[in-house]
Design a protein around this ligand. Structure first.
Ligand code: NI
Length: 258
């Protein structure tokens, strides 16, 4: 069954039918979901969802554009909740210069702090990097992020950059963007990368695959992404589902941690 490695079911876009939708995932072939924190509040909501639904796991962390809210006290709190059962990663953390908020120096500071938290608590990281390819890679190399491990979520860079992260031992998160007509660069990355480093993700409610582009996304749309990966890799869809599920469980160390 399908493993969705990155979702935001706490988003208000799901307020009307969250419970119904989450309860329908198993019938839609979705076995597990990692709900990813992007702020302190959404991390709290993630912990709640994780306790409510057996198939929902959690990642705790603060997205680069939200790092203005961080302080030492909240870092202590993140460390505390990272020890909860079913918390499988620190994330999403990183750099986002598309939204230049807060300023890059602030984003970098909290990116390094959260990488160090992951190292300390021995959890993998979920990296968000947008329009910040060089700074992200420089920091991850300087901090020896290869020893921490994890995923570059919604991978959006070149084959050369993919090679760098694959060499560090990272997984690449692939979602709805792969089905877009203008996703030439991402298709090259998927053709290039080994299937055993690819994990499926929705980033829902965002980034619905074709033919649902522009509508609210959910894990139920992942078969469209599976079909696209299957075609590019020349591997049957069932195999894409099985291999990416194994990848996700290995990446999040599910057998060891939970
Ligand atoms: Ni996300």
């Amino acid at each position: 069954m399908i493993f969705d490695t990155h979702a935001h079911y706490d988003d208000e876009a799901f307020n009307k039918d969250r419970d119904e939708l989450l309860r329908s995932l198993a019938d839609g072939g979705v076995e597990a979901v990692v709900n990813v924190g992007a702020s302190i509040q959404s991390t709290k909501n993630t912990l709640q969802l994780m306790k409510q639904y057996p198939f929902v796991y959690g990642a705790v962390g603060v997205h680069p554009n939200e790092t203005g809210e961080l302080n030492d006290h909240l870092m202590d709190w993140l460390k505390h909740v990272s020890g909860e059962k079913k918390v499988v990663a620190i994330g999403e953390i990183g750099l986002d210069y598309y939204w230049n908020e807060p300023e890059p120096e602030v984003q970098k500071y909290w990116f390094v702090r959260q990488l160090n938290l992951a190292r300390e608590v021995k959890l993998p990281v979920i990296i968000h990097s947008r329009d910040a390819a060089k700074d992200t890679l420089d920091i991850m190399k300087a901090e020896r992020a290869g020893e921490i491990g994890g995923v570059i979520h919604c991978f959006s860079y070149s084959v050369e950059m993919a090679r760098e992260y694959l060499n560090m031992g990272f997984y690449l998160g692939i979602g709805g963007v792969l089905t877009f007509n203008n996703a030439k660069k991402l298709k090259e990355v998927v053709e290039y990368m080994p299937l055993d480093r690819l994990v499926l993700e929705t980033d829902c409610p965002y980034l619905s695959p074709v033919p649902y582009r522009g509508k609210r996304n959910s894990s139920l749309n992942l078969p469209c992404v599976v079909a696209a990966v299957s075609e590019l890799k020349g591997v049957p869809e069932e195999e894409v589902i099985a291999v990416t599920r194994e990848n996700a469980r290995r990446m999040y160390r599910l057998d060891a941690n939970v």
